[in-house]
Design a protein around this ligand. Structure first.
Ligand code: PLP
Length: 380
């Protein structure tokens, strides 16, 4: 199998799976239990939190474990809106956010908040100038993703933080860093964000775990999404998923140690992929100017990407027709870009991991050339 859909999910790293296994069958206690089996689970949980914190450049007590990126995004948006409601009801986000941000924003709109959705520029990023124009004295939240999951574009989150400060708006800044975490070199401090979401299954940990960074000064001010026992300082009740947490810690340790090398490797592979794919299939066009090292968005105008993806899937090659989360629905990201219908329909995403290779890209190029000839011989 050739797996080039790492923005959808990743293979769990062996070390992460081993850490999970250990937490399930050896140190399987409940971290709230007072006897040694429980306490060792608690120690493991905190060691994992420290590993995630190190990778994000924050303090351990600024991190709350969540079940996934969707939960982190929902929580950040809702909690920030609730916290700011006495200062205003204006929220700014972008038209190319993941639905895990857009849907809670829409829900807040129905509850009386006003949401400004910044449109993307032609290349698929968002201009800080537009943000500056949209900021108001009653703007209480700006939510801007770090890396777009469909295009691989990097959004100006750092500059957004500066713009908010310059404008003197009371807004908190949240970034969905699900696709940027361990793919770009950043810390929460140099981004200048108040809230940041990550998800385990995009970085070699299993599905079912994520984390939300909450800047120290906000602790004790944000409301939980769930109500229950006092876990995670009462902010995220529910018995902790110690296996997933252990795996997330292990994946972060590895990902941080390898970050620079993996970034360079994937960036070089992406460059090779652009050259190779466009040479073998000259009808291909790049979509957006994505500079993240692991995501490449292309279109084969006149062809249906879903058909291409299924055909390649039959040959054991996994790529994605836009975001896996939009299956069956046209992508709001492509709809927000100045693309023709043919370009939109033909758009697909190739996404790399540290395991991806040139040989896999060559196989993809061959299969795409063949698909083009088989599906529409008249166009080849
Ligand atoms: N945000 C972005 C940018 C994503 O790509 C995804 C998943 O694809 C999510 C949020 C949701 O993360 P999860 O699948 O962990 O809920």
């Amino acid at each position: 199998m050739i797996y080039l859909d790492n923005a959808a999910t990743t293979r769990v790293r062996t070390e992460a799976a081993q850490a999970a296994m250990n937490a399930m069958v050896e140190e399987f206690g409940n971290p709230s239990s007072l006897y040694p089996l429980g306490q060792s689970a608690k120690v493991r949980r905190e060691a994992s939190r420290a590993s995630v914190a190190k990778a994000l450049g924050c303090r351990s007590d600024e991190l709350i474990f969540t079940s996934c990126g969707t939960e982190g995004d929902n929580w950040a948006v809702r909690a920030a809106a609730d916290l700011g409601r006495r200062k205003g009801k204006h929220i700014i986000t972008t038209a190319i956010e993941h639905s895990a941000v857009l849907e809670p924003c829409k829900a807040l709109e129905r509850e009386g908040y006003e949401v400004t959705c910044l449109p993307p520029e032609a290349g698929g990023t968002v201009s800080v100038q537009r943000l500056e124009e949209a900021l108001r004295p009653d703007t209480i939240l700006v939510s801007m993703m770090l890396v777009n999951n469909e295009l691989g574009t990097v959004l100006p989150v750092r500059e957004a933080a500066q713009a908010i400060r310059r404008a003197g708006a009371p807004a908190l800044l949240h970034t969905d860093a699900v696709q940027g975490f361990l793919k770009l070199d950043f810390t929460v401090k140099d981004l200048g964000v108040d809230l940041l979401t990550i998800s385990g299954h995009k970085i070699g940990a299993p599905k079912g775990i994520g984390a939300l960074y909450i800047r120290n000064e906000l602790r004790g001010k944000l409301k939980p999404l769930l109500l229950g026992g006092g876990q995670e300082n009462g902010l995220r009740p529910g018995t902790e998923p110690t296996a997933q947490i252990a795996a997330l810690g292990a994946a972060c340790e590895l990902g941080l140690a390898e970050r620079e090398a993996n970034m360079a490797r994937m960036a070089a592979l992406k460059e090779y992929a652009v050259d190779t794919l466009l040479r073998r299939v000259p009808e291909l066009e790049l979509v957006g100017n994505g500079t993240a090292p692991h995501i490449l968005c292309l279109t084969l105008p006149g062809y249906k990407s879903e058909v291409l993806v299924r055909m390649l899937g039959g040959q054991g090659i996994c790529i994605s027709a836009g975001s896996a989360c939009h299956r069956g629905k046209p992508s709001h990201v492509f709809a927000a870009l100045p693309l023709s219908k043919a370009q939109r329909n033909g758009a697909f995403r190739v996404s790399f991991s540290h395991e991806s290779s040139k040989a896999e890209v060559d196989a993809l190029a061959g299969a795409l050339a063949q698909a083009r000839d088989t599906l529409f011989p008249s166009m080849s």
